[in-house]
Design a protein around this ligand. Structure first.
Ligand SMILES: [Zn+2]
Length: 261
């Protein structure tokens, strides 16, 4: 496909030998001991195909369009471990997990700009179980929205740069809430998983990721109250104060807050 680059780092296949063994990672539940993805995850054709389809869905449900398609790479096991330790310290195991590093393509030198990381399950068509397959796709859509947020609003950069606790928390909640909202719209409309958000809410709360849950409530209610254009303005110029954020997030989630706008 045009300028989406899906690159398997060749080094990853070699580096996998140095990674912790399966028995180590299962015994200790430590964030430092993680089963790396196996060679079959470094399949460029599968990744290309999935990304090409999901780019369109992420654009549709967010109302934003990529002006530069993101470079999508499957991390090698070393960068995977590094990213998981730094950004997702609670992530562990996962036989089937790979981390995607999503960044914005910088024409000319191909450097990743403001990389965004997320753990994705890339089962795709190989997985016979529909739920698992769907989960991998929803994670990819979620991460693509972060790339859109960066292109349009510089949101990821602002979030990472924020120092003051409340400001940082609200930026994080808006960023995750927006990506999660789009992810849930995609799950409901494209995968017929109407209960996606209900199931994911439980998982996020169990993992103490309250900002995802509160953030989605904020975004859904804000959309119902003010519409998409104003939401985008808030993502560009925000964040609101913590009190203002809470006032909107804590409203009873509106029946109007569907994905039709
Ligand atoms: Zn996210």
């Amino acid at each position: 496909m045009r300028s989406v680059v899906a690159t398997a780092f060749a080094a990853g296949l070699l580096a996998a030998q140095e990674a912790p063994t399966k028995s180590q990672s299962q015994s200790a539940r430590s964030p430092l001991e993680i089963t790396p993805p196996t060679a079959e995850w470094y399949d460029e054709a599968l990744l290309d195909k999935a990304v090409a389809a999901l780019v369109k869905r992420a654009e549709h449900h967010s109302g934003l369009q990529f002006d530069r398609l993101p470079r999508v790479r499957i991390a090698n096991s070393q960068s995977w471990l590094a990213v998981v330790k730094r950004i997702q310290p609670k992530a562990r195991d996962h036989k089937l997990a790979a981390t995607l590093l999503l960044g914005l393509y910088q024409p000319g030198d191909g450097v990743l700009l403001s990389p965004v990381a997320g753990t994705a399950l890339l089962e795709f068509e190989r997985d016979p179980e529909r739920r698992r397959m769907a989960f991998g796709r929803t994670v990819l859509v979620h991460e693509l929205v972060h790339a859109l947020q960066e292109q349009y609003f510089g949101l990821v950069t602002r979030r990472l740069a924020a120092k003051e606790f409340a400001r940082k928390w609200v930026l994080k909640a808006m960023s995750e809430g927006h990506a999660y909202h789009v992810e849930a719209c995609f799950a409901g409309a494209d995968l017929q998983l109407a209960d996606h958000a209900r199931r994911m809410d439980r998982m996020h709360l169990r993992n103490r990721r309250n900002h995802y849950v509160q953030g989605r409530r904020f975004v859904a209610n804000f959309l119902a109250m003010h519409g998409r254009e104003k939401l985008h303005a808030a993502l560009r110029h925000g964040p609101p104060t913590l009190a203002e954020f809470g006032r909107i997030a804590n409203r009873k989630i509106s029946a109007k807050s569907d994905c039709s706008k």
